[in-house]
Design a protein around this ligand. Structure first.
Ligand code: URP
Ligand code: ZN
Ligand code: ZN
Ligand code: ZN
Length: 466
């Protein structure tokens, strides 16, 4: 068994901050002891990693990615190979991606398709949620089998009629099923039927620019859908996880539900915290780079998101990484914003942007780790294997330099996409070294990982439910 010691770093988990040395044996953390203790001095190791001046943090858990997602006549530009490599560069060592059931397809077929895309190609460990696009009797029965096989969360869409959309009856049935089998319902909460009316009206009036994508997808229609999803979950007696929350009014719905003691959880993403409708309004069709759903909101919404992250009304920050190149992909929507493929790149940027949020005073260091590592791991049945540094946990560990200044840019990122949503943004802090199950993936900013190292993670049910 290979023994690795990480010496001299400052270990940060969701619960502790301590100068400590970490002993890794055979891919797992064997011990974490105070740096000045005699126990650590007596450790023998095959490899010693010097972490002086570094934060030693758990690898990030990004519970919301879409590698190779087919969307709007094209497909997300990161494959599992390129996307997981970029994730590792950014300090993320686990992703949970969304397998898709297409209309008319059995969910098992959709899952098999995603395994075929990912298996043997990932640089880091990965699991799957299941997107339900066709809730029928077969789908409902198969959900139980998926939960048993480690796919324990199901995303439903109140948006995108004709593609991913489920009506309220289908949503209620799926929620009733998760109430029985321990699965977690994830909701894309936007009133897609109403939005499609506003899209049609905007286009008929000649409003075709990307910024109208933000205008028609009204905050009230996110709040209404969030409210409706919460009530349906109450009727079904099931837990609910609302993905990519961007509107202040939606945060209020989630906060109210949580204040009632309901099993309702909210996720937001860095793009909603750092970008706004100002980006959607960039001239010369540049706004297309920022088209995603839920959409970016006016800056005024950001305070509510930061507040939600502090009060735990929002519990997780994921990326919703779903990159489309500007050239040839976002451009499909020139002259018609509704044809711009929806999604932003970001899997590589999340840990850095949230560290910047620590420096900006929005959240504490431990909260950074809680939002980006520990809670997503617990929420999706991976804890304590992932998301913390403790004896028995997988040795998914990042050495993070909190002092280096870097400029985010497409010229230096590793995502397979021709632009950065954060082009030119200066942040302080950078990932130096990454281990996945004790193996080096990034060694002092030299990539030494390999496609196929990443293993599929069968997940247990959520550990967050009352
Ligand atoms: O715009 C987005 N978010 N694209 C990915 C699909 C989704 O709804 O999460
Ligand atoms: Zn969504
Ligand atoms: Zn509250
Ligand atoms: Zn998504």
């Amino acid at each position: 068994m290979t023994r690795t010691v990480i010496r001299g770093g400052f270990v940060i988990t969701a619960s502790d901050e301590v100068h400590a040395d970490v002993l890794i044996e055979g891919g797992r953390v064997a011990a974490v002891v105070a740096h000045d203790s005699s126990a650590a001095e007596s450790w023998t190791a095959d490899r010693v990693v010097d972490a002086t001046g570094m934060y030693v943090i758990p690898g990030g858990v990004d519970a919301h990615t879409h590698m190779e997602l087919p969307f709007g006549g094209t497909a997300a530009s990161d494959t599992f190979e390129t996307g997981t490599r970029a994730a590792a560069w950014g300090g993320t060592t686990t992703i949970v991606d969304f397998a898709v059931q297409s209309v008319g397809q059995r969910i098992r077929e959709g899952l098999d398709t995603w395994h075929a895309k990912a298996d043997g190609r990932c640089a880091i460990d990965y699991g799957f949620h299941m997107i339900l696009s066709d809730v029928n009797e077969d789908t409902l029965k198969e959900m139980d089998n998926l939960v048993e096989d480690g796919v324990t969360s199901f995303k439903l869409f109140m948006a995108y009629p004709g593609v991913f959309y489920s009506d309220d009856g289908q949503i209620l049935r799926a929620m009733q099923r998760t109430a029985g089998n321990g699965g977690l319902t994830m909701m894309h909460a936007e009133n897609g039927i109403a939005i499609d009316v506003l899209v049609e009206q905007a286009l008929a009036a000649g409003r075709t620019d990307p910024r109208y994508h933000g205008e028609v997808r009204r905050a009230l229609l996110e709040a209404e859908a969030t409210h409706r999803a919460i009530q349906l979950a109450r009727v079904a007696g099931s837990p609910l996880y609302v993905v990519h929350v961007s509107a202040e009014e939606a945060v209020e719905e989630i906060a109210r539900a949580r204040d009632m003691g309901l099993n309702v959880f909210g996720e937001t993403c860095p793009q909603y915290l750092f970008l706004s409708t100002d980006n959607l309004a960039e001239p010369d069709f540049e706004g297309a780079k920022y088209v995603c759903s839920t959409p970016l909101r006016p800056k005024e919404h950001q305070a509510a998101l930061w507040r939600g992250l502090r009060t735990n009304d929002l519990s997780v920050v994921s990326t919703d990484h779903c990159p489309f190149c500007f050239v040839g992909q976002k451009e499909l929507g020139r002259g018609d914003f509704s044809k711009i493929p929806n999604g932003l790149p970001g899997v590589e940027n999340r840990m850095d942007l949230l560290h910047q949020a620590v420096l900006d005073g929005h959240i504490s260091r431990r909260r950074w780790i809680e939002l980006a590592c520990a809670t997503p791991s617990r929420m999706f049945g991976l804890y304590p294997r992932k998301g913390t540094i403790a004896p028995g946990a997988d040795a998914d560990i990042v050495l993070y330099d909190p002092h280096v200044r870097q400029t985010l840019s497409a010229a230096t990122h590793h995502m397979n996409v021709d632009y950065s949503a954060y082009e030119g943004k200066q942040v302080t802090g950078q990932v130096r070294t990454v281990l996945s199950r004790g193996e080096l993936v990034l060694d002092d900013r030299e990539y030494v990982g390999r496609a196929g190292h990443g293993q599929y993670l069968a997940r247990s049910t959520s550990q967050y439910l009352i």
